[in-house]
Design a protein around this ligand. Structure first.
Ligand SMILES: *Cc1c(COP(=O)(O)O)cnc(C)c1O
Length: 378
């Protein structure tokens, strides 16, 4: 089978080409490339979708996390708790701001932050917690928020992989992922569930004062042009990206459903293979399957190699966790005991998942994964 991709953005574009082309052309015709009406409309529409008061667009998901931390006014050396098992951006911004990342372990079934691990990591220097809704499923926010509220620690959600997800609290209340912490952050990188055709990101909050801070920081620390109240940065979403995002936001639920349907197919296909663990679905969260990630009990790198021979791409998210990265060595990687994180580095493998996978492709991929894992388990 030819042309299998982890994410097939070309095929997705073919299906929305007329709308997207017209929207992009209209931005060019109007030449309001920066901060044009498309950006404002998109921010309002996303705020409505998420059920939050404010959406502040910015240049990318990494900036969103950085600006969120800046808005909390933390001081060098303040501690920020994050999982080590995440994309590096979550932790990099902490180090960049001279704050101290404190790494916690994840749960083996959901791949997300273990709340006991967070409880044990809290000190009187802890000034923020960044849960990461990894692969498309929420952290156990009910327990995390209870803990954070008790200790009065702000929570910034890294929602880059889970936009569109819904969390259900024990009393039945539902909230969108990214809308539960004091600030939520996301990325519109092309391959994300809500991706644009370049770079983009956003922050969400219900707090008016924080919203003002976030907008100011993203705009050179100014509210009034040329009057700079604080050191900020330059982080903007451009109008062409906003125009694309407005179209894709309307399809986001449908896109999440398509990803879930592909995940259902894989779940069924691997249900009876004792050497494959399929991703667990937590009762409190929908799963939007930014990634479909298996744990295999055979030589994982060999699985990847043999899949490639069949034209099946796969990815390892992530082969090395943050606490072991050279970049972060001053934060004492060797001192950490994160057994689940270390174990997952060796056995996770993500399969192609996107909005346009056909049943023939799903069948082809799962049959080969099965056969290869069985062959390697002998
Ligand atoms: C993609 C991603 C980011 C960073 O987003 P960019 O837009 O690439 O800067 C941050 N955190 C997580 C978990 C991500 O997956």
């Amino acid at each position: 089978m030819q042309g299998l991709q982890m994410v097939d953005l070309k095929r997705q574009y073919q299906n929305i080409k007329t709308e997207v082309d017209a929207a992009i052309q209209s931005v060019i015709d109007n030449t309001a490339f920066i901060n044009g009406p498309e950006v404002k409309h998109f921010a309002t529409e996303l705020a409505n979708y998420l059920g939050v008061k404010h959406v502040i667009p910015c240049a990318n998901g990494t900036d969103a996390l950085q600006i969120a931390l800046m808005a909390l006014g933390l001081k060098p050396g303040d501690e920020v708790i994050t999982p080590s098992f995440t994309y590096i951006a979550t932790v990099e911004v902490v180090a960049l701001l001279r704050l101290k990342p404190v790494f916690v372990d994840v749960d083996a079934d959901t791949f997300t932050m273990n709340i006991d691990s967070v409880r044990n990591a809290i000190t009187d220097k802890t000034k923020a917690i960044i849960p990461v809704h990894l692969y498309g499923q929420s952290v156990n926010m009910e327990e995390l928020l209870a803990l954070a509220n008790e200790k009065n620690i702000p929570v910034i959600e890294d929602n880059a992989q889970a936009i569109g997800g819904t969390y259900t609290f024990k009393d039945g209340t539902q909230k969108k992922t990214g809308s539960m912490g004091i600030i939520g952050c996301t990325s519109f990188f092309p391959s994300k569930n809500l991706g644009c055709y370049g770079d983009g990101g956003a922050m969400f909050t219900n707090d008016d004062a924080l919203a003002e801070q976030l907008s100011m920081i993203a705009n050179h620390g100014q509210k009034v042009r040329y009057y700079h109240e604080m050191v900020g940065c330059n982080s903007r979403l451009d109008s062409i990206q906003a125009a694309v995002l407005r179209i894709k936001l309307r399809k986001l639920d449908e896109y999440c459903d398509a990803r879930r349907a592909a995940a259902d197919y894989y779940d069924n296909a691997f249900a009876n293979n004792a050497n494959i663990i399929t991703p667990h679905r937590a009762a409190y969260s929908t799963h939007v399957f930014h990634q479909y990630t298996l744990q295999v009990k055979v030589d994982r790198d060999k699985v990847q190699e043999l899949l490639a021979e069949k034209g099946i791409p796969s990815m390892i998210y992530y082969p090395v966790s943050s606490h072991k990265q050279e970049m972060l060595k001053e934060f004492g990687g060797a001192e950490y005991h994160l057994p689940v994180t270390d174990f997952l580095n060796t056995c996770v493998i993500s399969l192609p998942i996107h909005t346009e996978l056909t049943s023939e492709e799903l069948r082809y991929i799962s049959e080969h994964v099965h056969a290869i894992v069985n062959q390697l388990s002998k």
